[in-house]
Design a protein around this ligand. Structure first.
Ligand code: A2P
Length: 277
């Protein structure tokens, strides 16, 4: 079963969540309701995924208590800045139908526009008001982390970034952990790419698990929070039960060796408004 990870402010998050990036708006309500029925208690969304209303509809329709579900959303890139972040937060909250968001993230640093420090002041206000239980960043490379931590009065609780066997960003993980931030791995399966690695298949056959469970168990063994995306109920269940799969130290080392610089999403230095709104 899924254990929680505790942030530096004491808030707990289930280590496995459902990512809803690229879940179509007309499917997301059903997908989230199914996930909750299967036992998921953590949903990772974003304003830029254009499906917050459907997530909100599922949260309203489900019989699961609101307080038992951990909900993350993220600030759109184009809405960085103090006042615009506060307005965007309120819009997300309305679309989700929630008073309090569990975790709010700056979606991308967008370093060329250089607004993330100002944006963070709005996040601190939301946190101090109790509108969010935790605040964090996503896609922050070590240099951006150093800067925001240097200027912040409230340290981010998490950094969420692309992390999977063929793209591990070990420098980003080390910088995040050393600073006391929890690590959230997005695209933990490399958008499906890493499932075909022969080493992963060999381990899966040997321990009678699936390739996805092997990769996800590797993340969990390293203490990361993971948000695999699936719209298929069988695969959702398979991913959740990775929490019951245990890998030997040798198998963990074997998966560590798959690093190949295989970035499947976007380079945080280069992301512009045209790519991620
Ligand atoms: P689907 O939604 O059809 O299940 P990531 O989270 O790394 O971005 O990976 C998501 C991709 O991997 C999606 O294409 C998803 O497809 C697929 N996927 C998710 N879980 C599994 C699984 N257990 N086995 C095979 N493919 C999976």
């Amino acid at each position: 079963s899924v254990s929680p990870i505790t942030f530096h402010n004491g808030v707990r998050i289930p280590q496995v969540g459902l990512g809803v990036w690229q879940v179509p708006a007309d499917e997301v309500q059903q997908t989230v309701e199914t996930a909750l029925e299967l036992g998921y208690r953590h949903i990772d969304g974003a304003a830029a995924y254009d499906n917050e209303e459907g997530v909100g509809a599922a949260l309203k329709a489900t019989g699961v208590d609101r307080d038992d579900i951990f909900v993350t959303t993220k600030l759109r890139n184009g809405e960085q800045g103090y006042e615009s972040a506060l307005k965007a937060f309120d819009d997300s909250r309305k679309r989700l139908g929630l008073d309090v968001i569990d975790l709010y993230l700056i979606h991308w640093p967008s370093p060329k526009r250089d607004l993330y420090v100002e944006t963070w002041k709005a996040f601190e206000k939301l946190y101090e008001e109790g509108a969010v239980r935790a605040v964090g960043v996503a896609n922050f490379l070590p240099e951006y982390l150093d800067r925001i931590i240097g200027e912040a009065s409230i340290k981010p609780m998490v950094n969420q970034f692309e992390l999977h066997p063929t793209f591990q960003q070990a420098d980003v993980e080390a910088a995040s952990k050393d600073a006391g931030l929890a690590v959230q791995a997005y695209s933990p399966l490399g958008r499906g790419d890493d499932l075909n690695a022969p080493e992963v298949k060999e381990i899966a056959d040997r321990i009678e698990a699936t390739p996805a469970q092997v990769i996800l168990a590797w993340h969990l063994a390293k203490g990361r929070i993971i948000i695999p995306k699936s719209t298929n109920p069988d695969r959702m269940a398979e991913n959740l039960s990775s929490a019951d799969v245990h890998l030997s130290a040798d198998d963990i080392t074997l998966i560590d060796s798959l690093e190949a610089g295989n970035m499947v999403v976007l380079d945080p230095r280069e992301v512009e408004l045209s790519q991620i709104r």
